[in-house]
Design a protein around this ligand. Structure first.
Ligand code: CUA
Length: 341
């Protein structure tokens, strides 16, 4: 008897350890900025609701199956006084039950899943009132055009809270996938084809996301963020973004602009200047962004200098192939970038 008690003790200890690991793992899911379990839009909420629904079915299955298992292990364990157990084959009723029950549970999970898949694939009723943003995936950054507002920006999308949004997504090169978990599901982004994503953000804040489809060397460095603002702040941002760049007044920034117009003009746009190329991100208001290099570096003068010194080291394989700049040129360019607010 003593031996059995020890075994039971061991089992309880093992169960306890498992619970601790489970608790630690689950709490790890909580405060992550890219958690899909902290919905901030109708789309993300619908996904979360579906997930909860499936989760509770899984909990039910777990409790019933593990409960039956533990009951059987304890109740029918071998005892010295036991006679040999009855030997039989098959149990028609039980077999029908454990085939039918999972099938019914799968149907109960399938119906809301299929409904949601079709629902989020259709334009919502108020799609014609939506804020329109064209999203263009590039190796390895995102271009955002607001066709109705006449704004082009990169990597950092601003949206007004509580308004329907329609993203029209396409790619300039390979297949990417746009994913901001707190605002909705992933949407694949294809060259030569448009896909769509509709959602209504319900809370202000900054939501981070990432490319979710392997798209080359620096796939993991293709991040993005969405800044959801109240209506007044959003309007203010729009008005600012519509302005062309102001000519720099101090001599360092002016020297930086001269470097820019020789070296950077081939790929970038700064509205109000001859720089109008769309190969790289638009830089008219680059200083107003939180990050540079598609969410990789915080937007500080030090990081801008680091990027300009060696963009291939920060983001291997990217298309920014520039001649090595001198430290004086970098300092001047950084000063110019800081005027583009
Ligand atoms: Cu773009 Cu992965």
């Amino acid at each position: 008897m003593a031996r059995i008690d020890q075994r039971a003790l061991k089992r309880v200890g093992l169960g306890g350890a498992l619970l601790v690991v489970l608790a630690l793992t689950l709490t790890g899911c909580g405060p992550e900025p890219q958690s899909a379990m902290l919905p901030a839009s109708d789309f993300a909420q619908a996904l979360q609701d579906l997930f909860s629904n499936i989760f509770w079915w899984a909990v039910g299955v777990f409790v019933v199956v593990e409960g039956a298992l533990i009951y059987a292990l304890v109740k029918f364990r071998d005892r010295p006084e036991n006679e040999e157990a009855a030997q039989f084959h098959g149990h028609t009723l039980l077999e029908i039950a454990w085939t039918l029950a999972p099938a019914l549970i799968l149907v109960a999970i399938f119906i809301p899943t299929a409904q949601l898949i079709f629902q989020v694939d259709q334009p919502p009723e108020n799609a014609d009132e939506a804020v329109q943003v064209q999203v263009v995936g590039n190796q390895w950054w995102w271009r955002f055009n607001y066709p109705e507002l006449g704004i082009t920006t990169a990597n950092e999308m601003h949206l007004p809270v509580d308004r329907q949004v329609e993203l029209e997504l396409t790619s300039n090169d390979v297949i990417h996938s746009y994913w901001v978990p707190r605002l909705g599901g992933k949407r694949d982004v294809f060259p030569g084809r448009n896909t769509y994503l509709w959602f209504t953000p319900d809370s202000t804040g900054t939501y981070v996301g990432a490319c979710a489809e392997y798209c080359g060397t620096s796939h993991a460095l293709m991040k993005t963020r969405v800044v959801v603002q109240d209506s007044a702040d959003f309007q203010q941002w729009v008005e600012r973004q519509k302005q062309p760049a102001e000519a720099p007044t101090d001599s360092l920034a002016q020297a930086g602009r001269d470097v820019f117009m020789r070296v950077c003009i081939a790929c970038h746009t700064v509205e109000g200047t001859p720089a109008q190329s769309e190969i790289g991100p638009a830089l008219t208001h680059v200083d107003s962004r939180q990050t540079i290099a598609a969410g990789i570096l915080e937007n500080t003068p030090e990081n801008m200098a680091r990027w300009l010194r060696n963009p291939q080291q920060v983001k291997p394989g990217n298309k920014m192939q520039i001649p090595q700049l001198s430290e004086d040129q970098i300092e001047a360019l950084v000063a110019y970038m800081e005027t583009l607010d």
